[in-house]
Design a protein around this ligand. Sequence first.
Ligand code: GDP
Length: 465
Amino acid sequence: MYNLYDYGGDGMKLFTDTIVGISTAQSQGAISIIRLSGDEAVEIVNKVFKGKKLTKVASHTIHYGHIVDINTKQVIDEVLVSVFLAPKTYTTENVVEINCHGGLFVTNQIYELLTTVGARPAEAGEFTKRAFLSGRIDLTKAEAVMDVIDAENKAALKIANSALLGKISGFVNEKRQELLDIIATISVNIDYPEYDDVEELTNNDILPRLLKVYNELIITLENAKSAKLLKNGVQTAIVGRPNVGKSSLLNAILKENKAIVTNIPGTTRDIVESSVQLKNIMLNLIDTAGIRETDDIVEKIGVERSMDAINKADLILFVLDGSSELSDEDLEIYNNILDKVHLVVINKSDLEQKLDTNYFKEYISISTKEEKSIEKLESEIINKLNLHNISNKDITYISNARQIEKLQKAINALDDAFAIINSGCEIDFVDIEIRKAWLFLGEIIGETSTDSLLDELFSKFCLGK
Ligand code: GDP
């Protein structure tokens, strides 16, 4: 288990060395930011700064000056230096940020100079890791920092910001406290039984309280699925036999020509991927090659990849040609997707209809040629995924795999607690399972995390963050 004081096997290391990192992207821009954090941050920058004496300035102030090579006395760059003194800083340590000109060469010159006068190059995510280790933020907030950076759409940004503001931590802490209260009730009643009968205690007091926590965890897990879709986009596979209009549908949705539209069966040999934003929800559309038995090697790869795309998809748009009769091939594909989240899309509604629609309980008729009912299809997609309005609701969204896994484990432990209660076993055994749930919830916020987990987690961060 992680312990603040023996972190890294040498407790003082964390608090004595000063790290430096380039916080902006490694490409040419107008401005670059070089950041330092640690006890010596101000002194180190002061050694190479020509301007005000930085060791004398007030916290949270910004200063104009020059970075000068200490050996040659040559000016390297004209800069603005911000000084933030501990503890009200990103890491809770002294932090200095240098805004220099955004050339790669000049930025690296300053960075290297700082490493020669006492700063150590920061590892990926080390600034945020320090913020976590000092207790300023918990693990869900640290992960949210990365999610804000990674966000590619409005929903993802909203979810990340809600975690950064402490929504997940607040929820998890509340549920842990409720579990702790239940544990306390059990302990007190084991030692000083207030009820004569243990069964009465569990049924009237513990069970309802436990159920309340359990149900809230279940709802949060359900929301996590929607959150994942909102955050990562909905993997949407467009399937159907050749020539039914899959590529045309993709184009109609994208409103631009990214897929090849042709009437020779089997030409969409590989999968085509494009993303489109539908009412705040990102659809990652995959136009699959027509699924069918084939001898053509190139096409076969496409067919295999289609099956793969179907298996990975969150949603399948099953396209049929309304102007021709239902074929065995259509039915075979339909059988493959039946137990997945899907929409039956009958295309070519502009032509005379020959397809027997009685076969399908629900379907939507469209014409990609005449752009008929495309918007209706888009609304159906949102409905099917239960995502209408969800991005506007104030919900606790747990959206990363690590947090979801811990939440699931906490739920499993409570499942076991209920099983023990139902079997009429000793109340002590219930207590053990509730404690497990409490520990798993603690892992979500990083209260109980191992060093290796933290190393792995923060290594995914950008350098300088
Ligand atoms: P895919 O093989 O399933 O990707 O089908 P395509 O999108 O390549 O379309 C096959 C053929 O059907 C092309 O000639 C399209 O122009 C035609 N097509 C697609 N959608 C419609 C439609 O809504 N109405 C009509 N009449 N033709 C369509």
